[in-house]
Design a protein around this ligand. Structure first.
Ligand code: HXC
Length: 515
């Protein structure tokens, strides 16, 4: 090895570390954003990063591009560790040609995706890109095709996490959309297929970048994002937290934590969390938090479809997926967005060997012309499909209302649930009392001297008959009615029994889940 050879290596590395140069790095910082390298440093365990493809450059000369050849070609890729676990990571470098996606940029990401899939390790993408590099034409577009193919083939095999840390336009939004989790940084990240100028030209609508595809929009309305971070540090910390609930791949179990909360803990507060009256709201998150290992609940999509709550937690140190109706929001009805949210979460848990605990308190699917016309039938069907298809342990606890189709859909016993429990406050019926009485006794009520009085009597009789868990328990559709205080120990014991569960679906190429 000559000094000259070593010096050349050193010089080329230093050049690559410059990114798009001082001015563009300064602009990145002015925008409140870190550079791609700074982000990787914050994300990974210190000293763990091994970079790959540092010297890759684009191969075109058109549009003066021969004078804009930057080492790395706008993306940094490599291997590293998070909390001692292997991960693959790529970070688009906005300081180089706006992080735009070229043939060689794609090649670097695709190479990493192949390595991550073969090694069975999670892959994390830090996105900050103006989309397909305009000067490259078809080359970048073809690269997206190659990248999306890996996203799809990796789906359900290794966890794929996308962090949106700047603009992401065009093809740059479909790659995250094909991954399992999308984390957006408030105020600095946006996602849209076509920007405000194109929107105005095509539809005449005037909209700002933030209104069109900002972090709040995708976290609250579109459901494209799963987490909202206040800043870049928060987004990177979220990845580390999320990985703590996910396995390396689908043949592995999520990390076991040392149990910090007694498995036998009974929780007296659970006696009073669900109001005695039917239609009084309460926050179901309090129930979940009282049941799971203390401080272990991580809500997913907390701002989207808030009538449903989904998230990860631990029970005696083992990761579980929680699904609950949220009576504090729209009475916990199931609608189109809640159906999509629940179905997607079930499939994530099933893919990654995470048992499902479902807490039921819902008056049913949301009636309405808009819901029907927008396809609540096919969206609601996704919940049923996902629960039935899932082969991980599945346990449901009916807290209060379990009405009609929503009773069936929410992990009911007959839908391949392993265990169906109910609190004494459970109400399992085809529909609510008032609606049922008006249908069953329309003629009696029309002819009655005092219809209000008669209706009240009928309602009372209906409630006595159905508004309890015992008819269902007598028929074996509920395995046990439990004292709410015992919910945690009962679930932990059942989960221990079900840990060795093996269940297989009929062989097929793939099912046809409603979309
Ligand atoms: C080449 C690009 C680029 C692109 C940005 N740049 N996007 N270069 N191809 N797609 C360059 C700019 O020329 C500029 O170069 C630098 O990156 C920074 O960009 P600015 O515009 O100065 O930054 P900013 O004002 O922050 O705006 C960021 C932006 C905007 C919102 C992303 O650049 C933008 O709208 N870009 C185009 C987005 C887009 O429509 N992409 C194509 C999508 S089509 P200099 O040298 O001045 O620093 C697509 C295929 C779809 O992706 C496939 C679907 C499956």
């Amino acid at each position: 090895m000559t000094d000259h050879q070593l010096a050349k290596l050193q010089r080329l590395k230093e050049e690559a570390l410059q990114g798009g140069g001082e001015a563009r790095v300064a602009r990145q910082h002015e925008l409140g954003k870190w550079t791609a390298r700074e982000r990787i440093d914050h994300l990974l365990d210190a000293g763990s990063f091994q970079e790959l493809g540092m010297f890759v450059k684009h191969q075109i000369a058109d549009f003066g591009m021969d004078k804009k050849r930057y080492a790395g070609d706008a993306v940094i890729t490599g291997l590293g560790a998070i909390a001692g676990r292997q991960v693959a990571v790529y970070a688009q470098d906005f300081t180089v040609l706006g992080g735009s996606f070229s043939q060689m940029h794609a090649r670097k990401i695709v190479t990493l995706q192949d390595m991550a899939l073969e090694a069975g390790v999670p892959i994390i993408g830090l996105m900050d890109s103006g989309g397909a590099r305009i000067q490259e034409g078809i080359r970048g577009l073809a690269g997206y095709g190659a990248m999306f193919s890996r996203n799809v083939l990796s789906s359900g095999v290794i966890p794929q996490i996308s962090l949106m840390m700047g603009p992401s336009a065009g093809g740059s939004v479909y790659a995250p959309a094909l991954t399992d989790f999308v984390i957006m940084v408030k105020d600095t990240s946006t996602m849209f297929l076509t920007g405000p100028d194109v929107v105005e030209a095509v539809t005449g609508e005037q909209v700002s970048t933030e209104e069109l595809g900002g972090a709040m929009v995708h976290n609250t309305r579109s459901g494209v994002a799963h987490f909202l971070a206040a800043d870049e540090a928060g987004a990177l910390a979220m990845v580390r937290l999320l990985l703590d609930y996910l396995p390396q791949n689908n043949t592995d179990d999520p990390p076991l934590a040392s149990a910090n909360d007694p498995a036998t803990r009974q929780e007296p507060a659970l006696l009073h969390m669900v109001p005695a009256t039917d239609d009084q709201p309460y926050d179901v998150k309090q129930v979940l938090q009282a049941v799971v290992d203390q401080g272990s609940f991580l809500q997913v999509q907390p701002y989207f479809a808030r009538n449903a709550v989904v998230g990860f937690a631990r029970m005696a140190g083992h990761v579980v997926g929680l699904i609950a109706n949220q009576p504090a929001f729209l009475a916990g009805v199931l609608d189109i967005d809640a159906s999509d949210k629940i179905a997607h979460f079930i499939r994530i848990c099933d893919a990654f060997n995470i048992p499902l605990l479902t807490f039921v308190d819902t008056p049913g699917f949301l009636p309405g012309v808009n819901q029907e016309h927008s396809g609540v039938i096919r969206h609601g069907a996704k919940i049923i499909y996902a629960y039935v298809e899932a082969t991980v342990p599945k346990i449901s606890v009916i807290l209060r209302k379990a009405m009609g189709g929503a009773y069936i859909a929410m992990s009911s016993r007959e839908m391949r649930s392993d265990l169906a429990l109910a609190w004494p406050s459970a109400q399992i019926a085809v529909m609510g009392a008032e609606g049922a009485v008006r249908i069953l006794h329309r003629r009696d009520l029309a002819q009655a001297e005092d219809p209000a009085r008669l209706e009240a009597d009928f309602v009372q009789a209906y409630r006595e008959k159905f508004f309890n868990p015992y008819v269902a328990a007598e028929l074996g559709f509920i395995d046990d009615v439990i004292d709410p205080r015992e919910t945690r120990p009962r679930l932990i014991k059942a989960l221990a029994f079900l840990r060795s569960k093996v269940q297989q679906n009929p062989p097929k190429k793939h099912g046809l889940m409603p979309v």
